[in-house]
Design a protein around this ligand. Structure first.
Ligand code: 2HA
Ligand code: ZN
Length: 276
């Protein structure tokens, strides 16, 4: 086998994925096989590790992803326990290249033991296509079962109210996600439909909550996408734990949000802060 292909297990991107999966597990967001991660390799990375790689297996898709034609992605395998991922990355991760016609993917590395891509691969693929249209530096999609965001999704909050609640509960949320948080209706996981609904939200948002399930984040790097989840999840915890405290509720006001936006030069999503 080509040495370069062997080296992929030692690459920085694999190291980052393994570390992130471990953190998700340590925080209690990755029970059983919960969560999935994918990252588009840069052209340089794809050439460095997989220029001469042969096709090990191919997977036909039940959706067309020609928006990713020729791109090389690393994605977690279905059924993977995140706490075990680092034991054998070539089992729990796979590198796939999208066929020119967008109807199938070719496996170049990993998924050893006849493993297959994540059950949420449809969302990952359609999500990447949507985010690349919005942001040419986009590369990463993370899905995890972040506990407090799921608890918050049990409340009857619409998308703007969800975003507003978090912006007002911590002075830095507006800076981290000025574009807000998208919220889809409840849907069956793993389906083309949930993938399309998420992708639609990704044209405006980098964070999308799946009610009674989890959260999806997109970014130019793992740190960026994970940082979005960490900020939203921590603030959801503060929101939930502060409900019912005695006295007058203290929140970041409209005027204070506007001061934050001005100082940090961010453009808040419209329709949430009242222009005072
Ligand atoms: O990969 O989290 O949504 C398991 C899941 C499916
Ligand atoms: Zn899930």
């Amino acid at each position: 086998m080509d040495n370069k292909i062997i080296n992929f297990a030692e690459s920085k991107i694999v190291e980052e994925i393994l570390e992130t999966a471990q953190v998700m597990s340590d925080r209690g967001w990755a029970e059983r096989n919960a969560g999935n991660i994918s990252c588009i390799l840069s052209e340089e990375e794809a050439a460095e590790y997989f220029e001469s790689a042969g096709v090990k297996r191919s997977f036909d898709l039940d959706l067309n992803i020609s928006g990713l034609s020729g791109k090389t992605l690393v994605i977690t395998a279905t059924g993977t326990y995140f706490r075990k991922l680092k034991k054998d990355p070539a089992v729990g991760l796979g590198v796939v290249r999208v066929a020119e016609d967008g109807n199938s993917i070719d496996l170049l590395w990993g998924f050893e033991g006849d493993n297959k891509p994540s059950s949420e691969m449809r969302m990952h693929f359609t999500g990447h296509i949507a985010r690349l249209k919005a942001d040419s530096s986009h590369r990463v999609i993370l899905h995890t079962h972040a506990t407090h965001l799921i608890i918050m999704s049990t409340a009857e909050l619409d998308e703007n109210a969800f975003t507003s609640a978090l912006w007002r509960m911590h002075s830095e949320c507006l800076v981290v996600f000025p574009d807000g948080i998208g919220l889809i209706p409840w849907m069956v996981p793993g389906t083309v439909d949930i993938g399309n609904a998420t992708a639609e939200k990704f044209s405006e948002f980098r964070l999308v909550v799946w009610p009674l399930h989890g959260v999806i984040a997109a970014g130019g790097s793992i740190d960026e996408a994970m940082g979005l989840i960490e900020a939203a999840e921590k603030t959801a915890e503060i929101y939930i734990k502060s409900q019912g405290l005695p006295g007058v509720a203290r929140i970041v006001t409209d005027a204070q949000l506007l001061k934050i936006a001005e100082f940090f030069e961010v453009e808040p999503r419209k329709g949430i802060i009242e222009e005072v």
